[in-house]
Design a protein around this ligand. Structure first.
Ligand code: ADP
Length: 191
């Protein structure tokens, strides 16, 4: 089983690269952001709660998102591998994921960190807001999301470095050139 954490700031291209990885390696995708947006669209109780955090650019509480993740993971336990996109975003989330996978004698195998400069991230997110109309892709919420990323999410770089799983990827340039870097790393983990 190949379990990948795709990591990076908002706008770093996690979703785009996830799609390419899934096609190439036949993995399953868990995107906590996509999952929450479906709940919001369907106006569920969870959607109502999630919307309040997302629109402020804040993270959902760890215990809530860990529960959600545990449920989706249970559904996908027979997958060839999973790409985790937008999860974990905090150290407690990473520790919870490790515990869940370890229970089945599995673990995260690779963490791919898409590195993009802040100015480029802001430009990409503003452009995406204009095209896709995501409620959190506006200037004020973008800044909160980046602040949250720096304070709560970047400690995961050290966490996965200590685990020997961190791989830095240059997240600028063409989509294909970024994917080439990813393929080179993943080739060492498949087969
Ligand atoms: P982006 O990486 O562009 O911010 P996502 O779609 O991954 O987009 O996440 C959108 C929002 O959903 C986040 O700002 C946060 O409010 C919520 N969210 C998604 N994943 C998590 C998570 N693992 N923990 C807490 N909140 C989350």
């Amino acid at each position: 089983m190949l379990n990948i954490v795709i990591f990076g700031a908002p706008g770093s291209g996690k979703g785009t690269q996830s799609e390419l990885i899934i096609k190439e390696f036949g993995l399953e995708h868990i995107s906590t952001g996509d999952l929450l947006r479906v709940e919001i669209k369907n106006k569920t109780e969870l959607g109502k709660i999630a919307g309040q955090y997302i629109d402020k650019g804040q993270l959902l509480p760890d215990d809530l998102i860990i529960d959600i993740l545990a449920n989706v993971l249970e559904e996908k336990k027979n997958a060839k591998g999973i790409i985790f996109d937008g999860y974990p975003r905090t150290i407690p989330q990473a520790e919870a994921l490790k515990k869940m996978l370890n229970k089945h004698n599995k673990d995260v195998n690779v963490m791919l960190n898409l590195e993009v400069e802040e100015e480029e991230l802001i430009n990409r997110l503003i452009a995406r807001g204009l095209i896709q109309g995501r409620s959190d892709d506006n200037r004020e919420t973008i800044q909160s999301r980046l602040d949250v990323y720096h304070s709560q999410t970047t400690p995961l770089v050290e966490y996965y470095t200590k685990e020997g799983k961190h791989h830095a990827i240059k997240g600028t340039g063409s989509i294909e050139s970024i994917f080439e870097q990813i393929k080179t790393i993943l080739a060492k983990h498949v087969g």
